[in-house]
Design a protein around this ligand. Structure first.
Ligand code: TXA
Ligand code: MG
Length: 318
């Protein structure tokens, strides 16, 4: 298949493809998404095929207006206030809200769950594309399953050239890691995936919100999270606490055995989150064997950064 590259001036053509049931990758402020018409089950099936994604890993539905939310999700009276507050504060932005799903959304989107995850992205191109398509756009991150998410056009091109109908070429994604996924149907409300919106920010609106840390809980509420994610080819080793002192010794030892090793010292900032997946992909291109990473405090955006590093890690040394 020929993959058409669109500029931001050609969004109407890209939207036409979405309406015809084709797949178009588009930028958001978090990571690139691989979009399809959320009302079209055949288009949704293509997403799972090209990504090689397990069918029980549900997709996020992207909207461009609050009105669209009510067409795809049920907002019961007791949740209306919270939804309104979250939307007013964080939309458009890196917050995904899980609600009970309406029948209009293809079952394939939510992988058999009775809920749907909804987000209004904070990116002009994404919002214009959804508006022009006239339908909500279901989109996972635009990467082959198990690879780091794509944070720039080139990474999407590497993964999907020849496999999808179109890619919108735009600037690098600003945040670089995926949205925060919040399940407000469960009691207490749960952060299923930490991301661009921090838990500290969410607590101001939902004081009893909890971070789902237990694997069993996460798996039941969000089956997709059980899969190993974000892994570069290199072996990622995470060093925590006093073990950080051993990092350089490890490096020497591995290099003595002929391995190519790099050391990463992250920071808990958006400046760093923006670079993380790019670093992983660069390591793959350079055939790095080991990435040694120092842990950072799990607060603010640091929680989301550590979450992605832990998922990429093959070993944690404490
Ligand atoms: O920032 C993002 O969220 C990006 C951009 C493109 O918007 N999208 C993204 O999609 O990261 P994806 O498919 O890579 O991750 C979606 C996550 C998965 O972990 C999935 O399990 C969870 O959201 N999810 C989707 N629908 C859900 C639902 N109904 N209930 C619970 N979790 C859900
Ligand atoms: Mg993903």
């Amino acid at each position: 298949m020929h993959t058409k590259i669109f500029t931001k001036r050609e969004l109407k053509d890209a939207a036409d493809l979405i309406r015809k049931g084709e797949l178009v990758a588009f930028p958001t402020e978090t990571v690139y998404g691989l979009g399809a018409d959320a009302f079209n089950p055949y288009a949704i099936k293509k997403i799972f095929e090209v990504k090689d994604r397990p069918s029980d890993n549900p997709l996020i539905v992207h909207i461009a207006s609050k009105k669209q939310l009510y067409k795809i999700a049920d907002v019961p009276v007791h949740l209306k206030k919270i939804v309104d507050k979250l939307a007013a504060k964080f939309w458009p932005g890196p917050l995904t809200i899980v609600l009970k799903k309406k029948k209009s959304i293809a079952d394939e989107v939510s992988g058999g769950l009775d809920t749907v995850a909804v987000r209004m992205p904070n990116n002009r191109i994404a919002l214009a594309l959804i508006k022009k398509a006239g339908v909500p756009i279901a989109a996972p991150s635009a990467n082959i399953s198990g690879k780091p998410s794509s944070t720039c056009f080139e990474h999407v091109f590497d993964d999907f050239d020849g496999k999808i109908a179109g890619i919108i070429k735009a600037k690098d994604c600003k945040i670089g890691i995926e949205s925060t996924v919040v399940d407000i149907v469960s009691e207490p409300p749960l952060v299923l995936r930490p991301g661009g919106v921090t838990v500290e920010q969410l607590k101001k609106i939902i004081p009893n919100i909890k971070v789902a840390r237990h694997k069993r809980v996460v798996k039941a509420r969000s089956p997709g999270m059980k899969y190993r994610h974000y892994s570069p080819n290199a072996k990622v080793i995470l060093f925590k606490g006093s073990a950080v002192k051993k990092m350089l010794k490890y490096k020497e030892q591995l290099e003595k055995n002929g391995k190519i090793v790099i050391v990463i010292k992250p920071e808990g900032s958006v400046r760093f989150s923006k670079r993380l997946f790019k670093l992983f992909r660069q390591c793959d291109k350079k055939h790095i064997d080991y990435i040694l990473i120092q842990a950072i405090p799990e607060r603010g955006i640091g929680l989301a950064i550590m979450n992605r590093i832990k998922k990429a890690a093959y070993k944690v040394i404490k």
